[in-house]
Write a protein that binds this ligand. Sequence first.
Ligand code: AMP
Length: 420
Amino acid sequence: MSTFQAPKGTYDLLPPHSATYLTVREAISAPLRNSGYGYIETPGFENVELFARGVGESTDIVTKEMYAFETKGGDRLALRPEGTASVLRAALEANLHKGGNLPVKLWYSGSYYRYERPQKGRYRHFSQVGAEAIGAEDPALDAELIILADQAYRSLGLRNFRILLNSLGDKECRPVYRAALQDFLRGLDLDDDTRRRVDINPLRVLDDKRESVRKQLTGAPALGDYLCEACKAYHEQVRELLTAAGVAFENDANLVRGLDYYTRTTFEFVHDGLGSQSAVGGGGRYDGLSEMIGGPALPSVGWALGVDRTVLALEAEGVTLDIPAATAVYAVPLGEEARRVLFAQVTVLRKAGIATDFAFGGKGLKNAMKSANRSGARLALVAGERDLAEGVVQLKNLESGEQTAVPLDAVVDEVRRTLG
Ligand code: AMP
């Protein structure tokens, strides 16, 4: 194995492609920042119990995919596999829910870790932007989050995504359904692992992708038939609000998602150009999570959108983002004196907000001009002894080749004028 190889299932973001990731994070968070969500950052690792209790002991995420380890001090920690449990833990620790201003609305952006079998769109280190609205039971809040995610994807130019929507019921009706489903599943021909899952988390069996299991599931009791009146009414309101907002969705009775904490509203954003890893984002209501991790009752809702898969979705749709060139002006000094003068000009231009770079390393004119072209700059600022003697620099338009002499003290204005 080469020393210069990223660990399996991970990849590096390198310029210029990395600029797309920044733009995607920015675009996903923009609607949140515009809607009362405050930025939160939590550690990359937490006590392992938080995820075991929160995400669920029976989920693949906790049993198979978690990077759990013991520190030298004997603490049992895990790299975070998802964001919701950490954000709720942080909010509870800081008593944000006691400020008398519920819901507490938070957004985050960061790296997450799952020991998965790597493939396109599925990595061991990936990046999400997420949002959580903690401490309010209100269908408008569920609708708000779905609308904001829809707006985020659309602002990026994505069109071929669909929103799948379901309700998982609450602590009144879900147990009744769970028992009925268990009765049904216990009558099927299933392997030992799946039987265990029937005992611990039968809803997840509905999500089994294997054909041998799928074909036995026809005729399974449907959650929709078991929803209590309160859950039905709640779900109907979410749907009405989405429809009124012009956000199209599909009802998907099989959407259970891979995390245990969801109740009532659950949703997933899928993109049809991504093959098997088609979920670009997902979320839902988690009214019981706070109590599961030892907090008070705090009905909440949230989502996380995958940055990696959003970038793949953009590629699949052939969308190119409008990302400005990193450098607008490139300064090329010819000689020592010019180096001092132009380097000072570079700082002046940067302070004026103009993206400027400099030919470092004492390059000759030819090489320096090559670098100028590669940088994507539209203008080069070139100066030699004779220019300096006249108090000017040459401003060269790299697109047209046109060149004009500009007095040193007029450079910023002239550059601004030319860049428009
Ligand atoms: P989840 O918490 O599993 O619902 O994940 C939310 C979103 O994060 C998914 O829709 C994906 O876009 C993204 N995601 C989850 N796991 C991975 C992974 N292993 N690699 C890349 N993206 C992922």
